[in-house]
Structure formats: C-alpha cells, structure tokens
Design a protein. Structure first.
Lengths: 281, 160
C-alpha cells in the first residue's frame, strides 16, 4: 500500500489531464482566496502601514545583510520549528500537521504531474502516505486532546465552530479519506469509490475556502514573525521599553535601584510565570 | 480604553486568561487567539500585559492615564527579575523609561493577619488613612520608605 502510487490506479478511471487540471484549479483557488482575504481584511495594508510606522521610529537603519540574516532566523525558528508556540503540545501538534501537509501536497503534485501512470514512483508514494499519517496524528491530537482542553478553547470535540474549524476539519478529513481510499484500492468496490469521493470533497473544501478559513495563516504568520524581529533590531520595538544588560555600568548609573537591590551582577531569577502552564482556573 | 491583543503576536497560550482578575481575557474560538471579551470591565491593571510572553497585549489608556494618545508599554522580565516601562508621547518628543527590580512577594506570603490587630480607635476611625494601612505606604511619618529602611530584601527568584 505505502509504495504504490494511488494516482496511477486512479488514472485508469479518470484521465490524468483531468486530475492535473483539478490540482491546478485548487492552486488557483488558494492564490485567489489568499488575495481576496488580504483585500477584505486589509491585512497587507495594515502590515505595510505598521512597517512604515516602525521605520519612522527606528533608531538605526538595518543593512541588507542584517535583514537577510533576520529572514534566515525567522525561517529557522518560526517557520521550520514553529518556535513561536510557547505551549509544547501545540507546537508538536503543529509541527506534525505542518510537515504532514507539506509532504502530502508536494508528493501529490509530483505523483500527479511526473508519474501519472507509474505505479512505482520511487520514494514519493511513501512520502504521500507518511504525510497523510502525520496529518492525522497531529490533527486528531489537536482536535480530541488539545482543542478540548481549557488551556486552549475548551470546546467539546463534537462542537463545530464554523469558520474557525473549516481548515482543521477539512485537513484531517482529507488526510483520513486519502488513507482510507489508498488502503481500499486493492479491494476496489463501492467503499473505495465512496472514500475517493469524500477525499475529493474534503480537498475541495480545504482549498476553496481560503477566504473564510485560516488556511492563509501559513503565509501571514512568517511575515508577522519577520516584522517582529525587524522592529526589535532597528530599535523601534513598537514602543516597548528596552531591558538592556543589567550589569552594564551605564544602565546601573541611570537606574540605581538595580545595583542597590540586585547587586552589580544580577543573577538569573528563573522562569517566573512560565514555570507553570496556564490552566485557566 | 482597555487592553487589546495584537493578533499576529498572540499564540493563544492562555497566560492572560489565567491571570486576568476580571476574567475578561478569553481565547476566541474562531481565531484561537486571546481577546478582551468585555472592555468596559477592564481596569487596566496591566496583569495580562505583563504576563504575555509575546508582548502581544497593549492598552489604550484612558485620557487621565495616557493623555493625548500616549503610549504606555511594559515588559516584565522575570528571568532578569526586572520590570521596564516606557511612556512615549504621541509626537515622540517625550520618551521616558523606567527600570526597576520586581518586588512581587511569593504567593500567599502577604496575607494580613487582621484578627491579630486590635480594633481601631476613634481617632483611627476618623482618619483619612485605611485601617492598619501598611507602614510602607505611609508618607506622613518621615522620609520615603524603601526596602532598605524597612529591613526588607529582594528574594532571589520571581513569583507571581
């Protein structure tokens, strides 16, 4: 099952060009949905206005190299490892769903466009199946254990919250029906056909509801994380105070309470509020 | 006006929900981000602002507190054991900062033992001061009180 290209068997029923056309259509829907979303929420306008404001308050101008290194740091931390999540469970679940989604999307594109009739398509069918399993693991973990916890939303697993849940529900159902469809390909029959129809339906919902769902967060969040690093580096820091190095003599001269009560070299005080996970009670 | 959340900063961790004394910071079920459900009930205590690990919460201060659109922002860094404030006027000409050690006492250690105190006298009842007002806030009996003058020390480790 894992090493078989499910789309090669599908091409016996549906023409490869139709499958490829469907993939292109979904891609256009994602791009169109994201642009409409940006126009509607004016998020891009807000983002650039905010960036202008930060530039005006900047204490120093960043060089091109510094900006590139900040972009690299954003990719390394916020994008690749989801470091922005303070909650470890959310972070792990997000990493599973994110890499599962990327694997299944890339593998689907490669299988459909490069190996439309090739049952053994190298490593790609394995990538496709592992991606779907990772999506299921991360998605169901989130849906049944994290989302229902009061430290998140505290919503019952059977409660569907409309717009907020379109993305995650269509994502996990797509991965689930993809696996069920692929798993029943050998036996065929009506059940396999039902799974195929549900897989296509869930995929269509996922990619065509970008305007309403939170699908586009994967484009917005890295931009916001980059901006956050930028304002810190250029000194504007969104009007937040600077903490500075507490052992710095200039800082100690300006704020004499620091050496008086904390000593010349203040010690690390420990994790503070972060030592306990929030429980909401 | 009261607190609001920068949605691109918030990751829905829930520290603000935990700490809000009015229970008005909630997680939005659609966006999975924190928001102030009842701005009228926010008394600008800044607890959530200080608790937020991403500095995602800001306050639109009332005119008496932040006249003419001042920005009042704070970072409470517990690892360093300090709290930093920055007050900036709308045109940016006034830009003031403050840095001080955190003096919050460990949880449960500052409960007044009122039953041990004697009943207030008539003079105390007629006074402007609160009954048994802690001596550290009394400004009418000499110099400014400091930790040192009251024989107090900063404890290593920050509690909330």
């Amino acid at each position: 099952m894992f090493s078989n290209n499910p789309f090669a068997e599908l091409s016996a029923v549906i023409s490869p060009s139709i499958i490829q056309g469907y993939i292109v259509l979904m891609f256009i829907m994602v791009v169109g949905g994201t642009i409409l979303d940006m126009l509607h929420k004016k998020s891009a306008k807000y983002f650039f206005e905010n960036a202008e404001k930060a530039k005006k308050n900047a204490k120093r101008t960043l060089s091109g190299g510094e900006k590139v290194s900040l972009a690299v740091a954003t990719v390394a931390n916020e994008v690749i490892t989801s470091a922005e999540f303070a909650c470890t469970r959310r972070r792990l679940s997000h990493l599973l769903t994110m890499y599962g989604f990327i694997s299944i999307v890339v593998a689907t594109a490669v299988l459909v466009f490069n190996y439309p009739n090739d049952t053994a398509a190298g490593i790609w069918p394995v990538v496709w199946h592992i991606g779907a399993i990772m999506l299921c693991l991360g998605g169901y973990w989130f849906w049944f254990f994290i989302r229902v916890d009061v430290s998140s939303e505290g919503v019952k697993w059977y409660n569907f919250n409309g717009r907020g849940d379109i993305f995650i529900v269509s994502l996990i159902t797509m991965a689930t029906f993809a696996l069920l469809w692929s798993g029943t390909l050998a036996s065929g029959g009506i059940l396999n056909m039902i799974f195929l129809v549900l897989f296509i339906a869930c995929s269509t919902i996922l990619f065509s509801t970008v305007f309403w769902s939170k699908f586009a967060h994967m484009f917005f969040k890295p931009a916001a994380a980059y901006q956050k690093k930028l304002v810190k580096a250029d000194g504007s820091y969104e009007n937040l105070p600077e903490l500075g190095e507490l052992s710095d003599p200039d800082l100690q001269a300006k704020f004499p309470d620091i050496p008086e009560y904390m000593g010349e070299n203040p010690p690390n005080m420990g994790a503070g509020i972060k030592r306990e996970a929030p429980s909401h009670y | 006006m009261p607190t609001f959340v920068y949605m691109t900063r918030c990751d829905g961790c829930g520290h603000c929900v935990d700490i809000c004394p009015s229970d008005i910071m909630h997680i939005d079920t659609t966006t999975r981000r924190a928001y102030n459900i009842e701005p009228n009930m926010c008394w600008e205590c800044y607890s959530c602002v200080k608790a937020c690990p991403h500095n995602a919460i800001d306050v639109r201060g009332y005119a008496d507190f932040a006249p003419l659109g001042h920005s009042v922002r704070v970072i409470r860094d517990e690892e360093k054991g300090v709290i930093a404030w920055r007050i900036k006027s709308r045109n940016g000409k006034k830009d003031m900062s403050l840095l001080a050690p955190i003096t919050t006492k460990p949880w449960g250690t500052a409960i007044p033992q009122l039953s041990d105190e004697s009943a207030p006298s008539k003079e105390m009842r007629d006074s402007q001061l609160l009954f048994n007002e802690p001596k550290y806030v009394r400004m009418d009996d000499g110099e400014l009180h400091t930790l040192e003058s009251n024989g107090l020390e900063i404890k290593v480790g920050v509690y909330y």
